[in-house]
Write a protein that binds this ligand. Structure first.
Ligand SMILES: *[C@@H]1O[C@H](CO)[C@@H](O)[C@H](O)[C@H]1NC(C)=O
Ligand SMILES: *[C@@H]1O[C@H](CO)[C@@H](O)[C@H](O)[C@H]1NC(C)=O
Ligand SMILES: *[C@@H]1O[C@H](CO)[C@@H](O)[C@H](O)[C@H]1NC(C)=O
Ligand SMILES: *[C@@H]1O[C@H](CO)[C@@H](O)[C@H](O)[C@H]1NC(C)=O
Ligand SMILES: *[C@@H]1O[C@H](CO)[C@@H](O)[C@H](O)[C@H]1NC(C)=O
Ligand SMILES: *[C@@H]1O[C@H](CO)[C@@H](O)[C@H](O)[C@H]1NC(C)=O
Ligand SMILES: *[C@@H]1O[C@H](CO)[C@@H](O)[C@H](O)[C@H]1NC(C)=O
Ligand SMILES: *[C@@H]1O[C@H](CO)[C@@H](O)[C@H](O)[C@H]1NC(C)=O
Ligand SMILES: *[C@@H]1O[C@H](CO)[C@@H](O)[C@H](O)[C@H]1NC(C)=O
Ligand SMILES: *[C@@H]1O[C@H](CO)[C@@H](O)[C@H](O)[C@H]1NC(C)=O
Ligand SMILES: *[C@@H]1O[C@H](CO)[C@@H](O)[C@H](O)[C@H]1NC(C)=O
Ligand SMILES: *[C@@H]1O[C@H](CO)[C@@H](O)[C@H](O)[C@H]1NC(C)=O
Length: 704
């Protein structure tokens, strides 16, 4: 079997120290994929911090100076994985506590978790979610804020928060959301979706709590693109499905405010649209949630649109849950039973997913999703206190459907559909094809942002769009090694996909050029797995000709949009149970995202926060890599367990070919921030809250 050729292509130099302790036990039975571990083992006891591991994994090549964290002989806390919850069968390790000795309550503090993200534009200047602002003196949060939600999500399946939003009386043209959460006890990570009526406006997920006083986090989100909603009363529906019983005690106590203000800031971001039309299950009138669950539901709306549309952008929100949460590690469909005899069946349809947007049954654009890893994913201590990229802010993908305007403005009804496809290599022996659907569950919604011409009686006309694309070019390969007694031992597989779409009409064009590669290696009879994923994309929209509809070159440029992106993921995980029942789960995870944005994006590029360095015609560039190593061990009798985790992330944001506007480099070991360096517009923020966590001892005691 040829060894995997895994390239080191992150922007960070990574040391070669990411090897698990040599005492790793051979697996003997049971399944390999972490999310399923708990199904098999029932109550699995895991630990986030404890004794016994022999190495400190802080990568000193990245973080030269940080506080020393000493080892203490405290009693081992326990972390439990979970049983099933009826609504979302995905199983994830999740941390918890058992009674041991306890620390004085006065010495315990809430553990602050956070997602590294660029600052948002606030009245006083760029503001980070954790409270540091660049110009704190100028900023008064009392200025014009509205409390949208104060709600505790306990048993909350089918019980979303319902609120009535009334616009404030102040003048505003920008809106920033402040979502803050505290939680204590034992709980999974949960997905949450915020709607205005039938329209999804934000998707987030939770961190996993700990014993009192628990954890907390804040996420600030620029929501200016939804000015259409903010300007009139709305029904707010916030869905955070959770459950509480004697084992899962974590309630999510949430507060959401919106901050409104006026600014004369100028960037290329599209002015907020005149109209936003949901493509959703449309249950808002019943105080119910409106996301579609694929493949069970048909994510289609049939609607007619206004006839005077100047520009239309479809934005799609989609993520896999349940058996599709770790889609990026799935095997080819022909290999799902390879390790039946040892680790069990593996999820299939390949590690490739394409989210498709169809108009009248024809593809109008696609999203090759960013693989968001939630806070319970793979190994929980990878994500505490630094959560994975986009775990607190799942992003939507914009697809400019303006080339369809001559069709969409004909006054007739049209269908808009969202589909998720995988790959099937079993139905046709000579070629691999995109599937029509995938396994349970993908939660999807869409919406159409519309900009109308000033003359309500005008009708956008032109030639019908020309759809220029063929099915993607797909190549898969796989090979198997078998021991002399016929047991399958290793599976090497690779998937690569390439696709170009070009849709043009007399009004405008939309092009996407995408590549995907994933090299997979399953070893140890199905218990260990490496996936090395790279997605690249180039999306571009432009008006067909400056003279056609509008002779003003400035307004023409404002409708152009160009985004390039690269997503990388290297996951190396192993799971084993010795004949004595000793359990070990270990993982190394490195995830990266590089994105550049130019032109009239619907969603903010991030430049909006930096008024002194913004302006027209700039391309923003964001580049980040996060990596971590974590392990859990537990003895067969379930009485002793130990584990650890470390993570570090570098995040840089700025203007292409120009200034760095935001930089952060942060590291955490065993739940504690050990290094945190940041710059806003080249300087350290005036107020920096580096209270990233408690000391190792304090945190351990807190589990007690
Ligand atoms: C995955 O981890 C194992 C165990 O530490 C290590 O031997 C192997 O080299 C790693 N593979 C990759 C591709 O990083
Ligand atoms: C993290 O925890 C492990 C397990 O208790 C321990 O061996 C390791 O030394 C800790 N790391 C640091 C930097 O304290
Ligand atoms: C908190 O911990 C510090 C040492 O870490 C100790 O000096 C102090 O007395 C403790 N305070 C309380 C209220 O227990
Ligand atoms: C966000 O809200 C939390 C509490 O709800 C508050 O502590 C924090 O200061 C707010 N942040 C901003 C930037 O307003
Ligand atoms: C969350 O709310 C519940 C009641 O809804 C309350 O009992 C609990 O103390 C709150 N937790 C925190 C951390 O504020
Ligand atoms: C609201 O619920 C009723 C009763 O289940 C159902 O008939 C109706 O279609 C629902 N309406 C929406 C908008 O979901
Ligand atoms: C979904 O609904 C649309 C519109 O009603 C219909 O054309 C299409 O066949 C349906 N698709 C499936 C898979 O049922
Ligand atoms: C593997 O197991 C699945 C059920 O888990 C079963 O449907 C399938 O037939 C088995 N395949 C082989 C080759 O044993
Ligand atoms: C080994 O894997 C192949 C290919 O998936 C499968 O057909 C075969 O049944 C497996 N053998 C065993 C013993 O499970
Ligand atoms: C299999 O794929 C090939 C190439 O795309 C195609 O020509 C052939 O018709 C397909 N066969 C079946 C049975 O679908
Ligand atoms: C996943 O989808 C494939 C193809 O539709 C199907 O054969 C398989 O049974 C599904 N697996 C699960 C676990 O639902
Ligand atoms: C096959 O051989 C492997 C080692 O090569 C061993 O671990 C396994 O138990 C054997 N399986 C059977 C069914 O004999």
């Amino acid at each position: 079997m040829a060894p995997l050729d895994l390239e080191k292509r992150a922007i960070l130099a990574v040391d070669d120290d990411h090897v698990f302790p040599p005492s790793r036990k051979k697996p003997s039975s049971r399944r390999r994929v972490l999310p399923w571990v708990a199904v098999v083992l029932g109550l699995l006891v895991l630990v986030s911090i404890g004794a016994s591991s022999h190495r400190c994994a802080a990568d000193t090549s990245l973080f030269t100076s940080h506080g020393t964290v000493s080892h203490h002989g405290y009693p081992l806390p326990e972390l439990r994985s979970q049983a099933i919850n009826s609504r979302s069968p995905t199983l994830k390790a999740q941390e918890t506590t058992t009674a041991t000795t306890s620390a004085p309550a006065a010495n315990r503090t809430v553990l602050k978790t956070f997602e590294v993200a660029q600052p948002v534009p606030m009245p006083g200047g760029p503001a980070e979610s954790d409270g540091s602002t660049h110009h704190p003196k100028d900023y008064s949060p009392e200025l014009c804020t509205v409390l949208l939600m104060r709600h505790d999500f306990a048993w909350s399946y089918d019980a979303p928060f319902i609120g009535n939003y009334e616009p404030p009386s102040c003048e505003f043209n920008r809106v920033v959301l402040n979502f803050s959460v505290v939680s204590q006890g034992r709980q999974f990570d949960r997905l949450a979706i915020m709607y205005f009526g039938d329209t999804e406006v934000w998707r987030t997920s939770t961190a996993e709590p700990t014993a009192p006083p628990g954890i907390g986090w804040i996420y600030l989100k620029d929501m200016t693109e939804y000015l259409y909603f903010w300007k009139s009363p709305q029904k707010l529906i916030f869905d955070l499905g959770n459950l509480i019983n004697d084992k899962y005690t974590g309630i999510f106590n949430t507060t959401m405010t919106a901050i409104f203000y006026n600014t004369d800031l100028v960037t290329d971001q599209a002015t907020p649209s005149d109209l936003i039309i949901p493509i959703s299950a449309r249950h808002g009138a019943n105080n119910s949630i409106s996301r579609f669950a694929l493949p069970a539901e048909n994510a289609t709306n049939t609607i007619s649109l206004p006839r005077n549309i100047r520009r239309a952008v479809f934005s799609v929100s989609a993520n896999g849950q349940a058996s599709e949460e770790f889609w990026w590690s799935n095997v080819l469909q022909s290999d799902v039973d390879t390790f039946n005899a040892t680790a069990g069946a593996l999820p299939g349809l390949s590690p490739f997913r394409e989210v498709q947007v169809l108009i009248d049954g024809q593809i109008a654009g696609v999203q090759w999703p960013f693989p968001v890893i939630f806070t319970g994913g793979v190994v929980p201590s990878l994500h505490r206190p630094i959560v994975g990229i986009h775990a607190f802010d799942l992003r939507e993908h914009e697809i400019d459907i303006s080339p369809f305007l001559p069709l969409l403005c004909d006054g007739q009804q049209h269908t808009f559909t969202i589909r998720v496809a995988g790959l099937d290599d079993t139905s046709n022996t000579t070629s691999v094809s995109l599937t029509e659907s995938v396994n349970e569950s993908w939660y999807v919604t869409g919406k159409i942002f519309l900009w109308l011409s000033d003359d309500p009686s005008s009708i956008t006309t032109g030639d019908a769009p020309i759809l220029n694309y063929s099915p993607p070019a797909i190549a898969v390969a796989h090979s198997l090694t078998t021991t002399s007694n016929g047991t399958n031992e290793t599976l090497t597989y690779s998937t690569s996909v390439r696709r170009t779409l070009r849709i043009t009409s007399s009004t405008s064009s939309w092009t996407q050029s995408l590549t995907y590669t994933n090299k997979g290696l399953v070893t140890a009879f199905g218990y260990d797995q490496v996936n090395d994923l790279v997605i690249t994309g180039d999306d571009r929209s432009s008006l067909a000709s400056p003279s056609h509809h509008n002779s003003n070159p400035n307004s023409n440029r404002a409708s152009n949009y160009h985004s390039t992106y690269t997503y990388t993921l290297l996951s190396n995980s192993s799971y084993s149970v010795s004949p004595q029942g000793n359990l070990s789960i270990a993982a190394f995870l490195r995830q990266g995202k590089t994105v550049s944005t130019a032109g009239a994006s619907v969603f903010p590029s991030g430049l909006e926060a930096f008024s002194r360095h913004s302006g027209k015609g700039l391309t923003s560039v964001l580049e980040t890599v996060k990596e971590g190593t974590a392990e859990f061990r537990q003895t067969g009798d379930g009485k002793e367990s130990s584990g650890w985790g470390d993570a570090r992330q570098v995040f840089a944001f700025g203007v292409q070919g120009g200034k760095e506007l935001y930089y952060r480099r942060v590291a955490a070991v065993n739940g504690t921030v050990v290094g945190d360096e940041r710059r806003v517009e080249g300087r350290e923020p005036e107020v920096v809250v580096v209270d990233g966590g408690r000391g190792v001892a304090a945190q351990a005691l807190e589990y007690a």
